[in-house]
Design a binder for this molecule. Structure first.
Ligand SMILES: [Zn+2]
Length: 283
């Protein structure tokens, strides 16, 4: 009798126990910012991996054999856009059984602006979709993105207050690649020009004609700040600053978290935002 009861109990609880033990969903993200969002939503319910390593180059990344194994094994693959992660788009095209959840591509096919993760409002819509997709893939997860929405809201309030203190004549800059357009649009800053015009071409070169056009715009608009991408070649930007007679470029990173532990999209936005604000205010 005892044994029979135990057997029935085991039958009742076995599915729950099994699901508690194996409910981790395997997610592969293209880069560390998306990995952070997945962590914030899934917490200990996910095994999450970022393909581009910390401080790696997002647009020109190349998949390793180990990456491909990870991608095939994962239940969800998350990227921002086929434009900025063409290497992941290429993999998806050759892997018909797998789909990438492009957070920067709406369900109707329209696309968010390039580097949309620098605008907290766009982030709110992206994490909403991400959370819905994770719950759809595995309804046992039952995860929420409410905390993430609150964080994006608080980042936005802080940056809005900070950048509202900038005088009109200091609200302009030049960037190395088109990384800050959504940020600038949100906080009332004008991007006067960009050294590398292609959103997916950090490696592309700047023509002499483009360089002299930029120099003219910097002088005409009274730009004092050139933002470069931390870890990338600064030579062209330094020459531009020196020819224009303005301070050396400031290297920022809105594209990768500074370390695997203890850093988040939220801390990146606030820290890099404060550095940008200080440069615009004081130079
Ligand atoms: Zn970029």
């Amino acid at each position: 009798m005892y044994h029979k009861a135990l057997f029935v109990l085991t039958l009742i609880f076995a599915p729950c126990m099994a699901s508690a033990g194996t409910s981790k969903i395997e997610v592969v993200c293209s880069f560390s910012i998306l990995e952070d969002w997945c962590h914030q939503i899934l917490k200990d319910k996910g095994l999450i991996h970022s393909l581009v390593p910390i401080k790696g180059e997002l647009h020109e990344y190349q998949l390793s054999a180990q990456d491909v194994v990870r991608l095939k094994r994962s239940q969800v693959v998350v990227g921002f856009s086929p434009d900025s992660e063409a290497w992941l788009h290429d993999w998806a095209k050759s892997s018909p059984n797998h789909r990438v959840l492009w957070l920067g591509v709406n369900e109707d096919g329209t696309r968010l602006p390039s580097h949309g993760w620098t605008d907290p409002l766009l982030v709110m819509s992206m994490v909403t979709r991400l959370c819905a997709e994770l719950n759809k893939t595995d309804p046992n997860l039952n995860v929420s993105h409410v905390q993430m929405l609150k964080e994006a809201q608080s980042v936005d309030s802080e940056l809005k207050a900070l950048f509202s203190t900038l005088p009109a004549e200091r609200r302009k800059l030049v960037t190395q690649h088109p990384s800050l357009n959504p940020f600038a649009a949100r906080y009332g800053i004008k991007i006067v020009g960009t050294l590398l015009e292609s959103s997916s071409g950090e490696a592309a070169d700047t023509s002499a004609r483009h360089f002299s056009r930029l120099l003219k715009s910097i002088r005409a608009d009274g730009v004092r700040v050139i933002v470069t991408d931390e870890g990338h070649n600064q030579e062209m930007a330094k020459r531009l600053a020196s020819d224009a007679g303005i301070p050396s470029p400031i290297a920022l990173n809105f594209e990768s978290l500074p370390s695997a532990q203890g850093s988040s999209w939220k801390s990146m936005m606030v820290l890099q935002g404060r550095m940008l604000h200080e440069a615009l205010m004081l130079r």
